[in-house]
Design a protein around this ligand. Structure first.
Ligand SMILES: C=C(O[C@@H]1C=C(C(=O)O)C=C[C@H]1O)C(=O)O
Length: 103
């Protein structure tokens, strides 16, 4: 399923001018940052659980599961899987830096 196949979105975007399309991008960018903040917040909570259980910050099995899921979701929405995985690698690193700093 490509995002272009979503009738509603295609029709709505077709009727927009440059400024409106850029406002759409701005809104998506805000949402992305909000989702990153939310993901970081949950990861911080996980860090607390790990600390109490005396578990290490890094969990490579979990990281692999996250990366596999990112690749599968990229394929589902027909976006470049390597690019999406690179973004997730950065998100994971961001969390690990934060987790180490808070220990
Ligand atoms: C958030 C966690 O801690 C780390 C960060 C991960 C992530 O950002 O997805 C995954 C595994 C861990 O290395 C976790 O263990 O789930």
């Amino acid at each position: 399923m490509s995002y272009e196949d979503t009738d509603e979105t295609a029709a709505e975007l077709e009727g927009m001018n440059l400024d409106e399309l850029r406002e759409e991008i701005a809104e998506i960018d805000r949402d992305l940052v909000e989702l990153i903040a939310r993901r970081t917040y949950v990861a911080d909570t996980i860090a607390g659980v790990k600390e109490r259980r005396d578990l290490p910050t890094t969990d490579e099995t979990q990281e692999q599961a996250v990366m596999d899921r990112a690749g599968a979701n990229a394929e589902r929405f027909e976006v470049d899987s390597n690019l999406v995985k690179a973004i997730f690698r950065l998100l994971i690193e961001l969390n690990k830096v934060e987790q180490r700093e808070s220990r």
